[in-house]
Ligand binder design. Structure first.
Ligand code: 5AD
Ligand code: SF4
Length: 505
């Protein structure tokens, strides 16, 4: 469904506005309810994206800046938007004052992510006042939420453009509308089942690349907003993915991360038998040294995939396997569709097939009415699995999700204290795990100079651990062997084993 409004919103911030206009019959906000419905309509794949003739040069002598919040999916969308803007003639800048277009690519996953964006919109008001011709756009997951769109319409007239996660390919036209009208342009499609294949991209760096394998999520975990903001599960065709990975290999990339909100559901929407295991089995034959994938859902992680990952080679032995909680009753309330025991059984199978596997996870504490005993089950599961690291979060109610309607009698002080206790276990285990590497030689993909010390290089192991070591800058972008000398909680220090430099294929 297309929801589009051109609100009469003067961008010079001077006029008194009649906000009632935005809520007249022509205006339909993005609808979480519509987004929840999963239609049976076919997924159409389009290969015909083109920059419309009338906008081809609108970016000449102009600059853009995109600020990205949230996950890798958003980072990757930013690469596409940068590609579109550069096709329009815009040049990148990192300085707000130089930009003619600023886009905020937003994240809706937790309330604090949203607060950050509203803070930034507030900051940009002064810049917009000084430079009224600046186009300020809000896109990404927050723009899919009706409450966010309404709040921007009512309180943030400095915003010129709001567009949704399904409207990225429409950026040239929307930008033109925003440039040539004095109105706030809003286009957010609530439900979209299509895939646009040939969008341009400006990739960040030339060592590691992201490749989308699917879009959307149909899991509807009760706490999560993503299925509403990202639409239904749609898989890209294997041949399109394989061609993109081959292209990255041809351009000298050393690593590819296959992306999706729930990559284990890859292929479920095809009318032929093909899953993530099949895809990985084909991609491992491509001459690129490392292949990763994220994010997994334990429920759909099948034996075939485990079998394929066990073949190793360029399929790295790191699996990010969000568990979310260690208690089966809470998992049920979360709608995760597995029990603690089923999760542990999956971990057992993975470890049996890939003995040196590095497992990492996501965990939520303070889900509504979580008891002390239930929380302790998260701690015990963490120790039992022996994760290398984890992202940990305090539950944040998201409007429109089922969990947000659950009454919650756990005080925030208790939730914070539980998070601290969990983080203590996470840190302790991380250090223990890292200590096992001392004295070992690991393969490191060198990403660049360390942020803290320009004389030190930084890279990642196959298991995604950060390694610091001294070496010439010429090693950036290469795979090298490093002997680990010191283990810290989040990083490893080592020395280059020059004799054993790994040649990239
Ligand atoms: N509150 C807290 N954490 C959340 N996550 C997703 N939704 C919420 C929420 N409402 C976490 C999950 C997910 C990660 C990306 O963010 O752990 O795996
Ligand atoms: Fe990514 Fe989720 Fe944030 Fe959307 S809400 S940007 S999918 S982390």
């Amino acid at each position: 469904m297309t929801n589009k409004v051109s609100a009469n919103n003067s961008s010079d911030l001077k006029s008194e506005k009649d906000y009632a206009k935005y809520f007249e019959t022509t205006y339909q906000p993005p609808s979480l309810r519509d987004a929840r419905r999963r239609g049976k309509e076919e997924v159409n794949v389009h290969y015909d994206f083109e920059i419309p003739e009338d906008v081809k040069n609108i970016g000449a002598d102009r600059k853009y800046l995109i600020r990205t919040y949230g996950c890798q999916m958003n980072e990757h969308d930013t690469e596409v938007m940068a590609g579109i803007l550069e096709n329009l003639g815009y040049e990148a800048t990192t300085v707000d004052e130089e930009a003619d277009v600023i886009l905020l690519n937003t994240c809706a996953i937790r309330e604090n992510a949203e607060n950050k964006v509203f803070g930034e919109i507030g900051h940009l008001k002064a810049l917009k006042r000084e430079k009224p011709e600046l186009i300020l756009g809000v896109c990404g997951c927050m723009s899919q939420e009706e409450s966010v769109v309404n709040r921007i319409l009512q309180k943030h007239p400095q915003v010129d453009l709001i567009f949704g996660t399904h409207n990225i390919h429409r950026l040239p036209t929307l930008l033109k509308e925003a440039l040539f009208s004095k109105e706030m342009v809003v286009e957010v499609w609530s439900k979209e089942g299509d895939i646009i294949e040939n969008l341009p991209r400006v990739r960040k760096g030339n060592i590691s690349g992201w490749v989308n394998i699917m879009y959307g999520c149909d899991k509807f975990c009760t706490y999560c907003i993503v299925p509403y903001t990202r639409g239904k599960e749609r898989s890209r065709l294997p041949e399109d993915i394989i061609e993109e990975v081959r292209q990255l290999a041809r351009h000298g990339y050393q690593e590819v991360t296959l992306l999706g909100q729930n990559v284990n559901a890859y292929g479920k929407d095809f009318d032929f038998e093909y899953g993530l295991g099949h895809l990985m089995d084909e991609i491992r034959k491509i001459g690129i040294p490392r292949i990763r994938f994220t994010t997994s859902h334990p429920r759909d992680f099948d034996d075939h995939l485990i079998e394929v990952l066990a073949k190793g080679g360029n399929l790295v032995e790191h699996i990010h396997l969000p568990v979310q909680h260690g208690n089966s009753d809470i998992l049920k309330l979360m709608g995760r569709a597995y029990t603690r025991e089923q999760y542990l059984e999956l971990v057992r199978k993975i470890k049996a097939a890939i003995p040196n596997v590095v497992l990492t996870t996501d965990i939520i504490v303070g889900f509504p009415n979580e008891t002390e005993e239930q929380f302790e089950e998260t701690l015990s599961l963490y120790r039992e699995v022996g994760y290398d690291s984890a992202y940990t979060f305090i539950y944040s109610p998201r409007e429109g999700t089922p969990a947000a309607r659950m009454k919650d009698d756990v005080p925030m002080s208790v939730k914070k204290e539980r998070l601290q206790r969990l983080n203590a276990v996470v840190n302790e285990t991380a250090l223990e795990k890292n200590r096992n590497y001392v004295g070992e030689v690991v393969e490191v993909l060198v990403q660049g100079e360390s942020k803290k010390n320009k004389d030190v290089l930084t890279g990642y192991t196959r298991g995604n651990k950060v390694v610091h070591f001294q070496g010439p800058k010429s090693l950036i972008g290469q795979l090298v062997n490093v002997r680990i000398t010191t283990a810290k909680t989040w990083t490893l220090d080592g020395e280059l084993e020059e004799m054993y430099e790994v040649k990239s294929s």
